[in-house]
Design a protein. Structure first.
Length: 487
DNA sequence: TGAAATGTTGGGGCG
DNA sequence: ACGCCCCAACATTTC
């Protein structure tokens, strides 16, 4: 194909080609193929466009915005060290890219692909426009190990079950590309186009509720690297067991870094596969679940709001605003559930084991639609990711791909006793019952009166009575499930 | 990446 | 010594 030459009077005086790198969920310099493509070509204009109105029904929530603010700050600093600058814009992505091309005389636009339905449409529009305008545009995969259309079962359909999906991925593992190093230098234009300042994007919370976040998290590429290093050094060998322990630092805590692309799955794959243990395989399988969720969202774009299993459309939920509120606030009266919900609120994250317990409780004990839970997580998680969040909630509700059977109902008392045996986790998030002995801390309503009063616990006053009885709620849930089962 | 109900087994107390 | 019962421990089935 012959490239059309576009004369532009404002071309950079050096004559070198100018390319825009449209940063999105790839806020890193290493293993960033779009950035590398641009820097190999010549002058690079790195740009981020804040466009919450172009995110379908899923504009980033408060916690995500907090993270994004700090991640952009870090990316800016890293680019500045290379003599470059991150151009910030707000508005419709295509309009802003058009302006940037016009202002800079850029000849090419590069980006790394996303897989949410609205993001795919956005990219199609951008590619189509620039093709028509004679500007080169190219997108790359850096967000997944494989493209969703590359992995299929023998009849050419997407997998709906994780194990065969992941087996197929592992069999194709030699196709996973090695991470590419970050460009040694980035050539800058003589003059930078206008940029908003970070504070103009208004990503930081008005009220200062995110203090707890900063104590736990270090957004950005450096923080991602530290977490990976710490995990590989301290935790991967015991991961099989410790991953289920919210009272321990047993997980990688890479989820928000992965969501914002501060680290790529290829980098994680490359680093972790050196470890040959069963635990390392388990960890890589978690990267596999992330991969699976993205492939599913690509193939089934309705699933953020609609159950993959159609019969669940008829499930008789029992909407109850008070119960939903109690769950959100961490006031259900079930300590392990409340601890998780408070950890989420305070830090923007919840341990995965506790996510399963808390989610199961909302869906199966409180009979609230899983979409309500997904929406709350979306607003409060720093790692809120449409693919992962959707799969997680549909898995818990039993209505998605490779879902837990509906009748698999977590008992919050047993889960607490099993996975937070010393109750360190529960006590740290629910100080009002911290003085209860281990025997009763996961079920304070069963504690003898004198034990409660000795611990300074007055149920219904400083800690709630259970919002529902688990034993009864379980029966009700099973009965409602039976009603839709064979339809 | 469950839990509860139900079934089975085997040791020990006891007549 | 033997059979019976109880029940804990474990296994299987069911939801």
């Amino acid at each position: 194909m012959i490239k059309r030459i576009v004369m532009n009077p404002r071309r950079d005086a050096t004559g070198a080609d100018i390319s825009i790198v449209w940063f999105r969920q790839d806020l890193r310099l290493a293993d960033n193929p779009a950035l590398n493509a641009a820097s190999e070509r010549g002058i690079v204009i790195p740009a981020f466009i804040w466009s919450p109105d172009s995110e379908g029904d899923w504009p980033p929530g408060g916690a995500s915005k907090w993270w994004l603010h700090h991640s952009l700050e870090e990316l800016s600093k890293r680019l500045e060290k290379l003599g470059a600058k991150l151009i910030l814009r707000g508005g419709n992505p295509l309009d802003e890219l058009k302006s940037l091309v016009r202002e800079t005389g850029a000849k090419a636009v590069f980006w790394n692909r996303r897989y949410e339905p609205f993001a795919i449409e956005q990219e199609k529009d951008v590619a189509k426009y620039f093709q028509g305008a004679g500007i080169e545009s190219e997108s790359f995969n850096s967000h997944l190990l494989f493209e969703p259309w590359e992995i299929e079962n023998k009849s050419g359909k997407p997998f709906r079950v994780f194990t065969p999906f992941w087996k197929t991925c592992l069999a194709a593992a030699q196709r996973i590309q090695k991470p590419v190093p970050q460009p040694a230098k980035i050539v800058s234009p003589k003059e930078w186009p206008p940029s908003l300042s970070l504070s103009d994007l208004k990503l930081s919370p008005q009220r200062d509720w995110a203090n707890g976040f900063a104590r736990v998290w270090e957004p950005g590429e450096a923080g991602a690297g530290k977490n990976l290093k710490r995990f590989l050094r301290d935790s991967i060998s015991g991961y099989e067991d410790s991953r289920n322990r919210p009272d321990q630092m047993g997980t990688s805590r890479l989820s928000p870094h992965l969501h914002f692309g501060e680290i790529s799955p290829r980098q994680i794959w490359d680093a972790a596969r050196q470890h040959k243990s069963a635990s390392a395989k388990k960890f890589l399988a978690e990267i596999g679940w992330r991969e699976f969720s993205h492939h599913l969202l690509f193939h089934f774009p309705e699933t953020p709001t609609r159950p993959l299993s159609a019969q669940f459309e008829k499930f008789a939920w029992q909407k109850n605003a008070a119960w939903l509120k109690a769950w959100r606030r961490g006031r259900t009266g079930y300590p392990i559930v409340d601890a998780g919900m408070r950890e989420l609120w305070a830090t923007g994250w919840m341990h995965n084991r506790v996510r399963m317990v808390a989610a199961s409780f909302l869906v199966k004990d409180l009979l609230q639609p899983w979409q309500e839970g997904a929406r709350w997580f979306w607003d409060t998680l720093v790692d809120a990711d449409l693919a992962n969040n959707t799969l997680g909630w549909q898995w818990v509700a039993g209505c998605g791909a490779d879902a837990a059977p509906f009748f698999r109902i977590f008992n919050p008392v047993l889960q607490g006793e099993k996975f937070d045996p010393d109750a360190d986790y529960t006590r740290s998030w629910i100080p009002e019952i911290a003085a209860l002995p281990d025997k009763w801390i996961h079920q304070p309503w069963n504690a003898p009166k004198d034990v409660l009063s000795k611990a300074g616990v007055e149920l219904g006053r400083n800690y709630p009575e259970p919002v529902v009885s688990h034993a009864i709620a379980r029966e009700v849930a099973l009965e409602r499930y039976a009603r839709i089962k064979d339809s």
